[in-house]
Design a binder for this molecule. Structure first.
Ligand SMILES: Nc1nc2c(ncn2[C@@H]2O[C@H](COP(=O)(O)OP(=O)(O)OP(=O)(O)O)[C@@H](O)[C@H]2O)c(=O)[nH]1
Ligand SMILES: [Mg+2]
Length: 251
């Protein structure tokens, strides 16, 4: 069971990407299951095969402990851990090759609390990857993009698992922003120049070293432009996932 955890900034299109990837992967040879791990979501664009909401009741927790929206989500995500055995059992019965896992909109709840990593490790027995989705709205300034690179690396560090970075909603990008961002991704020197020409009060040498380290680690080169609307990047994303989970062999 190859588990792909889709994480990313709030509203970046994670749930929609689950639907798009199911369609993209659709192949008689490869079966895909979907798992919703967002306990607070009201509506999903896909019908999840397995759903955390069948195990954890966000509204009941909010009421019982008099919690606000984020407190209830924290309690719900933490409570999810005790149901991992049952969820895993459901998924094993489905016997899918890939499990696409949709995660809560408040990324930090899943990514930085111990529950997220515990769930990822227990469900997949180690065979998991992460997709980090950043909204294309974060491409307006080079410093926005550098922040996204840092966030992406932080997820990779947190999960200690292969990560595919994606810029979502590429269909919304004006042509000039799209072209500029493509250059940032393919040419670190271009990003560096733009980053420093924008800068205000940053320590140039230190920031340059951070940027160099991100480039050296490979965070930059792995970003893919995706759109669930046009289908851009979905083939590339699936190819990357295949490479990660099968050492480059086709499924
Ligand atoms: N233009 C465009 N809109 C998109 C795309 N993907 C998602 N959206 C829209 O973005 C909004 C949020 O999409 P979701 O899939 O719910 O995003 P999410 O990351 O799951 O949201 P949370 O779980 O609430 O953080 C919806 O209105 C989607 O229709 C895309 O590729 N292009
Ligand atoms: Mg969602």
């Amino acid at each position: 069971m190859k588990c792909v955890f889709i994480m990313g900034t709030a509203g970046s299109g994670k749930s929609t990407l689950v639907l798009s990837l199911v369609d993209r992967i659709s192949d008689p040879e490869v079966s895909v299951a979907t798992l919703n791990l967002d306990p607070g979501v009201r509506w999903l664009p896909y019908p999840p095969d397995v759903d955390i909401r069948d195990y954890v009741d966000y509204d009941r927790l909010a009421e019982a402990y008099r919690l606000g929206p984020n407190g209830a989500l924290i309690a719900s995500v933490d409570a999810s851990v005790s149901h991992i055995g049952e969820i895993k059992g459901e998924l094993e019965k489905l016997g899918a090759d890939y499990v696409l896992v949709d995660t809560p909109g408040q990324m930090e709840l899943f990514a930085y609390r111990s529950a997220g990593k515990a769930i990822a490790s227990a469900l997949s027995e180690g065979d998991f990857s992460t997709v980090f989705l950043a909204d294309s709205i974060f491409l307006n300034r080079p410093s926005d993009f550098v922040s996204i690179l840092l966030l992406s690396y932080s997820i990779q560090t947190r999960f200690q698992a292969p990560l595919v970075g994606c810029i979502s909603k590429s269909d919304l990008l004006p042509a000039e922003v799209y072209e500029k961002a493509k250059l940032w991704i393919t040419d670190p020197e271009y990003l560096r120049d733009d980053f420093f020409s924008e800068r205000g009060g940053l320590d140039v040498e230190f920031s340059g070293r951070v940027l160099d380290a991100l480039v050296e680690i490979g965070v930059l080169g792995e970003f893919i432009f995706t759109s669930s609307n046009t289908g851009e990047g979905l083939d590339d994303l699936y190819a990357q996932l295949q490479r990660i989970h099968s050492g480059g062999e086709n499924q």
